[in-house]
Design a binder for this molecule. Structure first.
Ligand SMILES: [Fe+2]
Length: 339
């Protein structure tokens, strides 16, 4: 007789505890590592009453953790950089398709999943930076041109194991096919002055110090160097300029920082509200000023630094395509000898 009673009590306790105490808090698994995100999330809490608990780790680790936790996860939102990674999370069936007019109306089609599982909220431009004192921008034109012999020993780029380069190569595969993309990777590797090492900022520091003339990097890192607490980084950044390639063709290669609601989330509505907040005008206008990322929402003002780089036209290829082509890009990089 006693057992069903205790069982009922147990279920009731579980029911009560899963409701009011947790519904006002969401857990965000974030690969982003900017202090400004905390400020932004606090604004969301202020407006919605929903607290944001952030778990920070690398993207691969967070995706692995979501896989392992399955239905028992406490995560409600996954935030990361690069559509390639979001595609991996989607392919692993970790993300929930959303119906949100706010998200689909505010985010251009190219920057969100056609199946509505992930959404970009900032844009990143992977372009060419050059040493102002040694390169005439007239020498520069396209990504394809970086394969030309004239850049032999003048070029720097990070390792091909990084997803930013894999997504760039995926965009070249989409534009030209595998054979040409492989030739490009081979030729660009030959033009590198040294075997790839370090991150995007290291490439820029080396260009500023005269090791090479140009590098392939994401522009927000130049913004972070300009705004760095380290005076040396600020000084080095001043020697560099941004070049937007392929302006007469498909446009620059862009990627996103984005996110989705975790499929096993216990607070999908609150999680969706959080993503919607990230594309609000209030949130969008903070990104250029804090992280030097570009907003996805049209009409949002850029930072003075971003304005100084000029306007650009971006490739309109749906970024989901980069995820689909990632495996091919990795294979071609391996064949190319680009470490
Ligand atoms: Fe980055």
């Amino acid at each position: 007789m006693k057992q069903p009673f205790f069982l009922l009590l147990f279920l009731l306790a579980g029911f009560l505890s899963s409701f009011p105490s947790q519904a006002d808090e969401i857990t965000v698994y974030s690969h982003r590592h900017y202090p400004s995100d905390d400020v932004l999330f606090a604004k969301f809490t202020e407006q919605s009453g929903i607290r944001v608990r952030v778990v920070k780790a690398g993207a691969d680790e967070l995706i692995e953790r979501l896989r392992a936790e399955g239905d028992n996860t406490r995560a409600d939102v996954l935030l990361t950089a690069d559509a390639g990674r979001l595609h991996i999370a989607k392919s692993a069936d970790l993300l929930l398709p959303l119906e949100s007019e706010t998200l689909t109306e505010r985010i251009p089609e190219a920057y969100r999943d056609p199946d509505n599982t992930w959404f970009g909220f900032t844009l990143r431009a992977r372009v060419i930076i050059y040493a102002k004192d040694r390169v005439n921008p007239n020498e520069l034109s396209t990504y394809e041109d970086l394969a030309d012999r004239k850049w032999r020993g003048r070029l720097l780029a990070r390792s091909s194991s990084h997803i930013y380069n894999q997504s760039l190569l995926a965009s070249l595969i989409a534009a030209h096919g595998e054979a040409e993309a492989l030739n490009w990777a081979r030729a660009v590797r030959r033009n590198l002055i040294r075997a790839p090492q370090g991150n995007d900022r290291d490439q820029m520091r080396s260009v500023a110090r005269g090791l090479a003339d140009v590098a392939i990097v994401n522009t927000y890192y130049l913004g972070l160097m300009h705004n760095s607490p380290d005076p040396q980084d600020r000084e080095l950044a001043g020697r560099l300029a941004v070049f937007y390639p392929n302006q007469d063709g498909r446009g620059i290669h862009v990627n996103i920082s984005g996110g989705g609601v975790v499929k096993a989330s216990r607070h999908p509505e609150q999680a969706q509200k959080f993503l919607e907040f990230l594309v609000s005008e209030e949130a969008q206008k903070t990104f250029p000023q804090t992280t030097s990322e570009f907003p996805v929402l049209a009409g949002v003002e850029l930072s003075d630094l971003q304005k100084s780089w000029g306007d650009f036209k971006a490739d309109t290829l749906n970024l989901g395509k980069l995820g689909e082509l990632n495996v091919t890009a990795v294979r071609l990089f391996n064949l190319s000898g680009w470490e």
